[in-house]
Each structure stands twice: as structure tokens, then as C-alpha cells.
Design a protein around this ligand. Structure first.
Ligand code: MN
Length: 426
């Protein structure tokens, strides 16, 4: 089926500012609360939120086989479970309705009033009820940097890393939408030099992790695996993801079983899920893989995406300093490889599951995706525009992540993924 929604010649009768992340070619999916306190599934064009529940009730999706209440829900899970064909039909139809040449809705003031909101009138919610959350560790630069910091340069990359897309099972209960304040975690840390009792208190090394995460549909029955050639069929879309990390808690607890309380206190996602379909024009080949992975992880073609990533820190009462610029294409292991690997043992993946990429660090020191790497565990503090310095994240700092793809014809963005740190409650 053609993705007519991606037609770059198309313009909307809704105003879209130049440089907007949300032209009519994007059509992401999210969940929001309207000014009348109604929760609904929606999309966004420019700075307008569009109520898909109202559109469906008013008959705009009559040609598509959808259940009556598919958009009148507080999560996208059921819509995602409908599968790729339905996502495409709906995105194509939205593009058609909002096309500048189409008067159906444009010329119906009563319907427009029910369907269209200004972004400042709505409150974005978590777009999916996340069932299982898995976090990968797919950037070679990041794994090498962290390995060097935690274990020394000689043991930086573990012997399995170039063969296995490494990941761990995270926790979904503490994944929150952009804008939710984050409380600095309390916890144990490594005993100080010459001490035998561990440290305990508010984390001193609070960090962000610049990641992207993909949301899956029902993919496989338990015991059956997803072949790598089919893997992308089961990916609904991508969000920007800040996987907050307390490095002092992490360093003390992570052996032998891996990440735990240093990671599971909070993770922030951007509220609009950008579909894999919308990102089609931005496919690129992933970094070459040497040694060649096992056959079940081999896939020819362009299986990565060129998505610019940026992180800024805004101290309270002062302006933002950009601290990192990276790109999703630096990821060594692709999403298709991650999904094929995740299910190779028969593990079943469901609609609404989320898979984080792991911190995305690029090859240069200004493209690292965490403060741990950017400041080399505090050895090289970052100078902020207001004259202060940061080794890690301070209380009342706001961390802002942005992501967008752009070529001469179109820009497809993710908006922002924002979180402000509140002091620990002891
Ligand atoms: Mn992570």
C-alpha cells in the first residue's frame, strides 16, 4: 500500500510554521486531554492537536474498518494492535482530510470546532500503556566509553558485544511523558576510600541518557521468533527517550546482574509517536559490522535512520546551554536486529512494548549522549552559558532533548522530551 501521507508536495489548510517538526507529512500519534477534560487519541499538524475520536464519530474514517471506540481510549495500544495496514490507511486518510485542496472539514466550522484544538489547550499524556520495556546498549561508542570509565580501556568492550545486541529488561511503571518533574533518587553508593560501609544519600551523579525508543505491535506467539526480514513490520513508531541514570548507584549495584535502582526511578518519553512510515525518506545504512553477525542478525539495505539529536540543560532562571549533538544513525545495532534478537529464544513481544536504543553517542566528544561521557565522569566539567559548570545534573536543572530528520523537501520532528529535576525527598 502506498504511503500517500508522505507526499512532500502536499500542503495543509492548517497553518504550519516554517521549520515546524509537525508538517502534514509527519502525522504522529499521541494521547491528550482536551479543554473539556476528555481523553482522546490524536495527531498533530503544526501547532494544532487533532482529535481523532471526534473525527471518527463525525464519520471521517467511515471507509476504514475500525471499531467505533478505537480512538476514544486513553492509550494507543488497541490501535497499534490493529497492525500496519490500519496505521497506513488512517495516516493516509488524515493527510487527505487536511490537504489544502480538500473542503470536507476545512469548510465545516461546526466539525472543526469539535476536532481541532490549539496545542496550548491540550495536555499530552503517555501515548501507550507500556507493557514491557527493554533497554538495549546498541551504540558502540557509548559502550566503549562507559566500559573504559567503569573497567578501564583494556576491558572496555566485552567480548560478546560485537556478536550480541546487549540489552536488559527495564521497568515500565516509572516511564512518564515529557514535562513530568523528576525527583533526584536516594540510594547506596560505593564505600568511600578506606571505608567498609556504603555511602547513602541523594545521588550525586545524576545523569541523562540520550536515547530513542521504538513501540511494537503484537509480533509473535511465545515460542516463535521474528525473522529479521519481517522485524520492521512490527514496529509502530519511535519516541525520543531520556533514560535518567544515577551513576553512583549504578556503579555500586550493577555487578553481577546489571542495572537496577540506578535506572528504574524515572524515564521520560516525548509524547508523539512518530511512525516508521513517516521516517521512510530518512533511511540510511547502519555502521559496518565487523565481525559479521550470525545469520539470524544479517539484513541487507538501509535499516537505520538519519535523525538529528540534541540535548540542552537549562538551569533555573537562566537560559539553556546545548551540551550534545548526536544522531540516531550512529547506532551499531539496528532496530530490526534488536527485535530479531529479542525474540530468537521465543520471547513474545506485544502491542505497546517499548525498546530503548541505549544511549546514542557519536564518534566525537561533543556527540556523546550522557554527562558521564561528555565530562568524562566529571573530569572535564561543561561550562554553561550562565558561567556555572556542570559535571552532572543539578537540582532545578531542566534537561531538554530534541530530535528531527530533515532533507531539502521535508522535516519530520519529534518535538521535545523535557524533565526538570526536583530535590530528593528524604
Ligand atoms: Mn538506558
Amino acid at each position: 500500500m502506498l504511503i500517500t501521507a508522505n507526499n512532500t508536495n502536499r500542503k495543509s489548510w492548517l497553518n504550519v510554521d516554517k521549520g515546524s517538526d509537525f508538517p502534514i507529512q509527519n502525522i504522529p500519534f499521541g494521547v491528550f486531554l482536551t479543554r473539556d477534560d476528555i481523553i482522546t487519541i490524536g495527531t498533530r499538524i503544526g501547532d494544532y492537536a487533532i482529535d481523532l475520536g471526534a473525527m471518527h464519530q463525525l464519520g471521517y474514517f467511515n471507509e476504514i474498518p475500525l471499531t467505533d471506540d478505537i480512538f476514544l481510549q486513553d492509550s494507543l495500544n488497541d490501535f497499534i494492535a490493529d497492525g500496519r495496514k490500519t496505521w497506513r490507511l488512517v495516516r493516509n486518510r488524515i493527510a487527505e482530510v487536511f490537504d489544502t485542496t480538500n473542503g470536507e472539514l476545512r469548510d465545516n466550522a461546526v466539525h472543526k470546532d469539535k476536532i481541532i484544538f490549539r496545542m496550548e489547550e491540550v495536555e499530552m499524556q503517555l501515548p501507550v500503556e507500556i507493557g514491557d520495556y527493554t533497554d538495549f546498549y546498541a551504540s558502540k561508542e557509548h559502550a566503549t566509553n562507559v566500559g573504559t570509565l567503569f573497567r578501564g580501556a583494556d576491558n572496555a568492550l566485552m567480548p560478546n558485544w560485537l556478536h550480541v545486541p546487549i540489552g536488559y529488561h527495564g521497568r515500565s511503571s516509572s516511564i512518564v511523558p515529557s514535562g513530568t518533574p523528576i525527583r533526584r533518587p536516594l540510594g547506596q553508593s560505593r564505600p568511600a576510600e578506606g571505608e567498609s560501609t556504603p555511602g547513602f544519600g541523594p545521588s550525586k551523579l545524576l545523569d541523562f541518557e540520550l536515547e530513542m525508543a521504538f513501540i511494537t505491535t503484537d509480533a509473535n506467539k511465545m515460542g516463535k521468533r521474528i525473522k529479521i526480514e519481517e522485524a520492521e513490520e512490527y514496529i509502530f513508531g519511535i519516541v525520543l527517550f531520556n533514560d535518567w541514570s544515577a551513576r553512583d548507584i549504578q556503579a555500586w549495584e550493577y555487578q553481577p546482574l546489571g542495572p537496577f535502582l540506578g535506572k528504574n526511578f524515572a524515564s521520560t518519553i516525548s509524547p508523539w509517536i512518530v511512525t516508521l512510515d513517516a521516517l521512510e525518506p530518512f533511511r540510511v545504512t547502519n555502521p559496518s559490522q565487523e565481525p559479521t553477525p550470525l545469520p539470524y542478525l544479517q539484513l541487507e539495505g538501509k535499516n537505520s535512520f538519519d535523525i538529528n539529536l540534541q540535548v540542552g540543560i537549562k538551569p533555573k532562571g537562566s537560559k539553556e546551554t546545548i551540551v550534545a549533538n548526536s544522531n540516531f544513525k550512529y547506532m551499531y545495532w539496528t532496530m530490526a536486529q534488536q527485535l530479531a534478537h529479542h525474540t530468537v529464544n521465543g520471547c513474545n513481544v506485544r502491542a505497546g512494548d517499548m525498546m530503548g536504543s541505549g544511549t546514542i553517542s557519536g564518534p566525537t566528544p561533543d556527540s556523546y549522549g550522557s554527562m558521564l561521557e561528555l565530562t568524562w565522569r566529571g573530569a572535564n566539567p561543561i561550562k554553561m552559558d550562565d558561567g556555572t559548570e556542570r559535571k552532572f545534573i543539578n537540582d532545578k536543572d531542566t534537561v531538554i532533548m530534541r530530535a528531527y530528520s530533515e532533507n531539502e523537501e521535508v522535516r519530520i520532528g519529534f518535538g521535545e522530551c523535557v524533565g526538570k529535576i526536583k530535590p530528593t525527598k528524604e
